[in-house]
Design a binder for this molecule. Structure first.
Ligand code: CUA
Length: 357
């Protein structure tokens, strides 16, 4: 089917991401199905009303004891239709929530009432988002205060942005242009003003744009500075010789906890350990660390996490440095690559499915 056919429908936002066409198709299918059965049932009701009306005062209708074939039909047909809707919806959902590992990762913070974005090399923008055409883009998002939702109608993506948690969303922009960005979760008096622009640019234009934005430290560099200035580095020294566990080569691995459980070191675990260090203490250590709740913003927490990722195990072709002999064994065992994606990586073909996590 030709995707451009659907673009002509008035009131629909433009289709500017890899998901847009199929989501519109699904939506139109549901509308058509609803319209078909509405008309069918209404027409049948009107026809029966007339056809089987009482024709005389004393008329007694014929008794009907059921009709097996008819009953099977009206059970099986709706079952098949609803399972088809379920399967199609589940497939779309699975695609949208299975994040590609090779995506350009942009960090988004929601705050009453603005959207902040930070690119992998440190460029920041407010109430705007610049993304390259044809590249997979992953948004990692959190909120400084209440629940917001990052909604780009032209991409057909909408994801809640929740305080105390990282949520993610991904898409491949497929059309150059400028599109609306909305907050889609009521978040206070200026919720309706929490809007912005998403600009899709050719890859070369995106690179030029990145160069034009005053570059600050990359999140990982800023995180390293915080790591020193907040004195994290006093206890978390290399080779596990300090009061806290070493953070080298940690990200993406599994660690044993004091209570015997095992936890995977991901963004959520690191964030929790910064803000609530006693929640999951690593085996062999005591709960000595003070909380940093209130001392660091969500953006700073994210920077520290980026720093910890940057000193995590490196692996695979994406690594820009040759694997060092000191690399720990987990790097060879398919641990998720923690390094930030490099902006210069080749584009993935449009519409291709992401690798599964
Ligand atoms: Cu933020 Cu509504």
């Amino acid at each position: 089917m030709n995707p451009s056919l659907l673009i002509q429908i008035p009131f629909f936002p433009e289709q500017a991401s890899n998901f847009a066409f199929e989501i519109d198709l699904f939506y139109l299918f549901l509308c058509a199905l609803t319209a078909f059965f509405t008309v069918l049932i209404a027409a049948a009701a009107i026809y029966f009303l007339i056809r089987y009306r009482r024709r005389s005062q004393g008329e007694v209708p014929e008794q009907i004891e059921g009709h097996l074939k008819l009953e099977i039909a009206w059970t099986v047909i709706p079952f098949v239709i609803s399972m088809f809707i379920f399967a199609w919806g589940a497939k779309l959902y699975y695609q949208m929530y299975t994040h590609p590992k090779d995506a350009l990762e942009i960090f988004i913070t929601g705050k009453q009432w603005m959207w902040r974005a930070q690119h992998p090399d440190g460029q920041r923008e407010i109430n705007e988002l610049h993304v390259p055409l044809g590249r997979r883009v992953k948004l990692t998002m959190t909120s400084e205060d209440v629940i917001h939702a990052y909604y780009i109608p032209a991409f057909r993506t909408k994801t809640d942005v929740v305080p105390g948690r990282y949520t993610t969303s991904w898409f491949t922009p497929t059309k150059v242009g400028t599109y609306h960005l909305f907050c889609a979760e009521y978040c206070g008096t200026q919720h309706s003003g929490m809007i912005g622009k998403v600009t899709v640019m050719e890859y070369s234009d995106y690179q030029a744009w990145l160069r034009g934005v005053p570059r600050e430290k990359s999140p990982a560099e800023a995180g390293q500075q915080l790591f020193t200035s907040l004195a994290c580095s006093n206890c978390h020294v290399e080779n596990n010789t300090g009061r806290g566990p070493s953070l080298q080569n940690l990200f993406g691995t599994d660690v044993k906890l004091a209570n015997g459980a095992t936890v995977k070191v991901d963004e959520t675990y690191l964030r929790e350990s910064i803000l609530n260090p006693g929640a999951k203490v690593v085996a062999g250590y005591t709960n000595d660390m003070p909380t940093f709740q209130g001392l660091v913003t969500e953006e700073q927490v994210a920077m520290i996490i980026q720093y910890i990722k940057s000193i995590g195990p490196k692996q695979g072709a994406a690594s820009t440095t040759a694997p060092s002999a000191a690399s720990p064994a987990p790097a060879a065992q398919g641990v998720e690559r923690p390094a930030l994606p490099q902006a210069a990586k080749p584009a993935a073909p449009q519409g291709e499915q992401p690798k599964q996590d």
